[in-house]
Write a protein that binds this ligand. Structure first.
Ligand code: NAD
Length: 478
């Protein structure tokens, strides 16, 4: 078995020995074997992390921007250098193919570089005013941030928050997922080894509800940043609201793909299938409801099934694998439940539909046709490799179906008509829209949701908005 590192908390510039702490097992989803343990922070550890983040913020905001920039660029260099090893650990604890895992690490170094340079241009402004008065607007780091991130992008997820916060001049306590802790620790080590002052970045794991309750309640924390499910996001936003703290919420979705009558069904199917099964469907922007014009329905379904059957399911450590297992037992149970419900109510399994006979949380990439519109999978985010395909005759009907859920994160459209593309752009309720492709997010442009999918943006210049406060200064010269 490949070696798995010892996981430690990082508080106030020190790695804390997990020896005496309570811990939870870390499981390899491809084998169901326990590969290590993750130490769980005590309330005293969290108090230390809060004090460290308070002091870390004082140090970091007083550090010249040129020095901050130098340290963060060194961290980006270390992430790039260590990407193969970070990827290996990620595959062991999350299951995704090695190539995807190392690619995620490399890409996230670029995300950091982008935010470093963007934050150097977080300009304020001077406004014409009365003689003898300087009226100005400054943008200042908001302060220590409490961040909570899930397990689906074990390095990219944490680093979106860390990179923006640190570039903006904030300090952070991040609670990464207890299911993918070694990847988060390897990421934090890059910042530490780059020379980040103690306390600027603190890493904890623990019982999620207890950790978030303690951190959000503390007056030290000035912003709560969360990525995860809608119910947990609502809970954290409500808790933060009681103490008047702003929140950044990147929550779930259930992305519709509308394939219009004038689209190329084979090209649309191949592009959509590639995105659908990326990370075994465990992506908040994963295409998850396929609404296809009746005239193309069969051609689209056949091409989608063909692309699906080309996927090689296996252990992510095997270079031949193109889709790994689901990351945990909860997702496997959801895949089984949603498929069974759809089939019981009349859907046809065109390929997949079952758990292969082997150890690990594997579920075959699945295509469902003749799917009634009221089955569970049409309203519940699958976060699994399931593709339900539904026909439509009228574009307005497809738009109504697409917009009928409380979510509004990603949406996709395929059409060769500029007028139809504009109609989709104007009428789809989503924060992220892709036309004629299903590409992923880019650090140059904002990602985020509307409705229950959350608020605030990650990526693009908008990302800094959550981490900066605006201060008006009117200075009358004496
Ligand atoms: P979950 O709701 O149990 O947890 C989601 C994340 O929130 C996990 O990382 C968990 O550790 C954390 N969490 C849970 N309770 C918390 C609390 N009280 N305080 C702080 N953090 C808390 O869901 P799950 O089983 O891990 O994932 C299932 C669903 O979550 C998916 O169906 C999907 O909708 C959503 N999800 C979304 C994203 C995303 O990128 N937006 C990522 C992972 C999961």
């Amino acid at each position: 078995m490949s070696s798995y590192p010892t996981v430690r908390l990082h508080i106030g510039g020190e790695w804390r020995d997990p020896g005496t702490k309570e811990s939870a097992p870390v499981i390899n989803p491809a084998t169901e074997e326990t590969i290590g343990t993750v130490p769980l922070a005590t309330t005293a550890d969290l108090d230390d992390a809060l004090e460290a983040a308070r002091q870390g913020f004082e140090t970091w905001r007083a550090t010249p921007v040129a020095t901050r920039t130098e340290i963060l660029h060194r961290a980006a260099g270390l992430i790039t250098e260590r990407a193969p090893e970070i990827g290996r650990v990620m595959t062991l604890e999350q299951g995704k193919p090695l190539k995807e895992a190392a690619g995620e690490a490399k890409r996230t170094a670029d995300t950091l570089r982008w935010h470093i340079e963007d934050a150097r241009r977080a300009y304020g402004r001077t406004i014409p005013s009365a003689p003898g008065t300087i009226l100005s607007v400054r943008r200042e780091p908001i302060g220590p941030v409490a961040a909570f991130v899930p397990w689906n992008f074990p390095v990219g997820g944490p680093n979106r928050k860390i990179s923006t916060a640190l570039a903006a001049g904030c300090s952070m306590i991040i609670k990464a997922s207890e299911e993918t802790p070694a990847t988060a620790a390897a990421l934090v080590a890059c910042y530490v080894d780059a020379g980040l002052p103690p306390g600027v970045l603190n890493l904890v794991f623990g019982e999620p509800a207890a950790v978030s309750a303690q951190l959000i309640a503390s007056p030290v924390v000035r912003l709560v940043a969360f990525t995860g499910s809608v119910p947990v996001g609502k809970l954290l936003a409500a808790t933060a609201g009681e103490v008047m703290k702003p929140t950044l919420m990147e929550l779930g979705g259930h992305a519709p793909v509308i394939v219009c009558a004038d689209a190329d069904p084979v090209q649309a199917a191949r592009r959509a299938a590639r995105a659908k099964f990326f990370n075994a469907g465990q992506v908040c922007t994963s295409p998850s409801r396929f609404l296809v014009h009746s005239s193309l329905y069969e051609d689209f379904a056949a091409a989608f099934v063909k692309a699906t059957e080309e996927i090689v399911v296996g252990d992510g450590l095997d270079p031949a694998t193109t889709m790994g297992p689901l990351a945990n037992e909860r997702r496997l149970a959801a895949a089984e439940r949603l498929t069974a419900d759809a089939v019981r109510r009349g859907a046809t399994v065109r390929t997949g539909g079952l758990r292969p006979d082997r150890a690990g949380y594997f579920f075959a990439p699945t295509v469902l046709t003749d799917v009634p519109r009221d089955v569970l999978i049409m309203s519940e985010e699958p976060f699994a490799p399931l593709a339900p395909i539904v026909p439509f005759d009228d574009l307005d009907d497809a738009l109504e179906l697409a917009n009928s859920l409380p979510f509004g994160l990603a949406a996709y459209g395929f059409t060769q008509s500029a007028a139809t593309a504009e109609k989709l752009s104007a009428e789809l309720e989503a924060g992220i829209l892709s036309i004629n492709h299903c590409g992923g997010s880019v650090h140059e442009a904002p990602s985020g949701g509307v409705k229950d999918s959350g608020y605030g943006r990650e990526g693009g210049p908008e990302a800094l908005d959550s981490y900066l406060v605006t201060k008006r200064v009117a200075h009358q010269l004496s």
